[in-house]
Design a protein around this ligand. Structure first.
Ligand SMILES: Cc1cc2nc3c(=O)[nH]c(=O)nc-3n(C[C@H](O)[C@H](O)[C@H](O)COP(=O)(O)OP(=O)(O)OC[C@H]3O[C@@H](n4cnc5c(N)ncnc54)[C@H](O)[C@@H]3O)c2cc1C
Length: 266
């Protein structure tokens, strides 16, 4: 008999505190996002905690920041006028190639970021922006620090992105439409400050710090862009899997970084 994931009890709390209490009652109690990943596994869940009554599915904007609630779907990110109007629409662009609309209608921002998937397109795009995660217990943490730290049992409430006059670009290479990216790259520019984020290495996304710094300091010539792209491919580590070798990823990194820089300078 094929074993599927099983839920013993289903809870739909009305407060985040209630959800947190339920989560910590038993080790295997599990939060539900859109279940894209959960339903592919074989986990037996004593209590599954549905976060959909907590109002966490909103994208909001004020003078200083944009907030994306944890239960916001990728489709909502894709069609959001707020997100299309900021950062050159990098977040909608990063999710629009992920499988089909039906899939993007259900998968959620919170589950994606909390799970720190190495292949994630959304995380790479977010990393190039000034983004923070807000955890129920852990509070506000810069995304880069959150990605570097280990997993603690917590609830991701929302993502906050500081609103700046940021230019941004996202590029990914896939073997075929619908597949995971072999590599993805996001580049941002705010005045003279650049961030080059590279994901699907296949490890989780990281900022190429030396390359980003060099780009902010140098003359923005063709030769400098070439030098920065070589440095990014050199300072980051890459691995091999069924989608591509580490050598191929290194070559792709150079090409996609170059493309991203040229786009934010255009
Ligand atoms: C077949 C397939 C192909 C995919 N292809 C791509 C791709 O090409 N590019 C890409 O970027 N992504 C891809 N993804 C990943 C997808 O975009 C989502 O990131 C993924 O499905 C998780 O989102 P979910 O809402 O389905 O999470 P779920 O499966 O519901 O949950 C995943 C985990 O997150 C936990 N969780 C849920 N919500 C929270 C919260 N608020 N706080 C803390 N923990 C939480 C859950 O307990 C669970 O452990 C793919 C996924 C699948 C299944």
């Amino acid at each position: 008999m094929i074993k599927l994931f099983q839920i013993k009890n289903y809870a739909i709390p009305n407060t985040i505190e209630e959800a947190y209490q339920l989560l910590n009652e038993k080790r295997a109690n599990t939060l539900l996002g859109g279940c894209g990943f959960l339903k592919m596994g074989k986990k037996t869940i004593p209590t599954a905690i549905d976060l959909s009554h907590l109002g966490l599915d909103k994208i909001k904007e004020d003078e200083n920041a944009i907030e994306i609630g944890a239960m916001t779907s990728f489709r909502a990110v894709e069609v959001s006028s707020i997100l299309n109007d900021h950062f050159d629409g990098i977040l909608p662009r990063a999710v629009k190639e992920i499988l089909g609309v039906q899939f993007r209608n259900v998968v959620t921002v919170g589950a994606t970021v909390y799970s720190r998937y190495g292949f994630s397109d959304f995380i790479t795009a977010l990393l190039a922006l000034d983004a923070y995660v807000i955890l129920y217990k852990g509070g506000k943490i810069p995304l880069a620090a959150f990605l570097a730290q280990g997993c603690q049992k917590d609830i991701l409430i929302k993502i906050v992105i500081l609103k700046k006059n940021t230019r941004a670009a996202f590029h990914a290479m896939r073997n075929s439409q619908g597949d995971y990216a072999i590599l993805n790259v996001a580049v941002s520019k705010e005045n003279n400050e650049f961030k080059i984020a590279v994901g699907a290495r296949p490890q989780r996304a990281m900022i190429a710090r030396e390359a980003s710094k060099l780009l902010g300091e140098g003359q923005l010539s063709e030769a400098m862009i070439e030098e920065v792209s070589i440095l990014a491919a050199k300072e980051l580590t890459f691995g091999s899997n069924m989608r591509g070798t580490k050598e191929y990823r290194q070559i792709l990194c150079k090409a996609l970084v170059k493309r991203g820089i040229k786009e934010v300078l255009s």
